[in-house]
Design a protein around this ligand. Structure first.
Ligand code: UDP
Length: 192
């Protein structure tokens, strides 16, 4: 059961539970999606029913930011806590590294994903980076195909919200990945 905050349903999970659930998705046979809405994105969803539908249609919806947690508390349906996308990504990468799973980085300005990949490789030496691509492409099918031929288990899709959520819903299956995470500006952070 999800906790409703102004129409967006959030999974009531701690950071560790969220990472464990995401790792579980890798054992399945479909392309699962994770989204991490903050209050601004909840606001976008209230104005854009298609964005609302695609976000609520994700396999895991995490509360990115204290604003969402406070909202849930005010509505008397408290969440266990916030699970910021960037922290979720870090926890997930530790596990991916341990289990030898591979990660594709998609998004950001030219070279950002590449640089993020290099930095992440230093932080998580065992992490397998399957490939990287910037987020200013025109040919969606070609990008999905490139990810598919990289054999990536997981894709971080960092195109900003709600673009990344629409992209994951439309092209996720074609990437062949088991897990796609919409993580906004995270690659800019990882690139330093
Ligand atoms: N971005 C992209 N392709 C686009 C639009 C944006 O790759 O067509 C990237 C942009 O370079 C930035 C990220 O998406 O790295 C959006 O970051 P922002 O912090 O604005 O998004 P939020 O985290 O608020 O969703």
């Amino acid at each position: 059961m999800r906790i409703d905050v102004l129409g967006v349903g959030f999974d009531n999970l701690t950071h560790q539970e969220a990472v464990a659930k995401a790792m579980g998705f890798l054992e399945g046979n479909k392309a699962c999606t994770v989204v991490t809405p903050n209050p601004e994105i909840v606001e976008i969803c209230r104005e854009n029913p298609e964005a609302m539908a695609v976000i609520n249609g994700a396999d895991m919806v995490l509360a990115d930011g204290i604003g969402v947690v406070k909202g849930a508390a005010m509505l008397k349906t408290p969440l266990k806590g916030r699970v910021p996308g960037i922290e979720f990504a870090a926890g997930l990468m530790s596990q991916l590294a341990k289990e030898g799973k591979s990660l594709y980085l998609l998004g950001g300005k030219p070279n950002v994903a590449d640089l993020a990949g290099k930095k992440l490789q230093e932080t998580y030496p065992e992490l397998r980076i399957a490939g990287t691509a910037d987020g200013y492409f025109k040919d969606n099918d070609a990008v999905a195909e490139a990810i598919a031929s990289s054999g990536a288990d997981v894709v971080f899709v960092c195109l900003g919200a709600p673009k990344q959520e629409f992209w994951m819903a439309q092209y996720g299956a074609a990437t062949g990945a088991k897990l796609l995470c919409g993580l906004g500006g995270s690659l800019d952070v990882f690139a330093g």
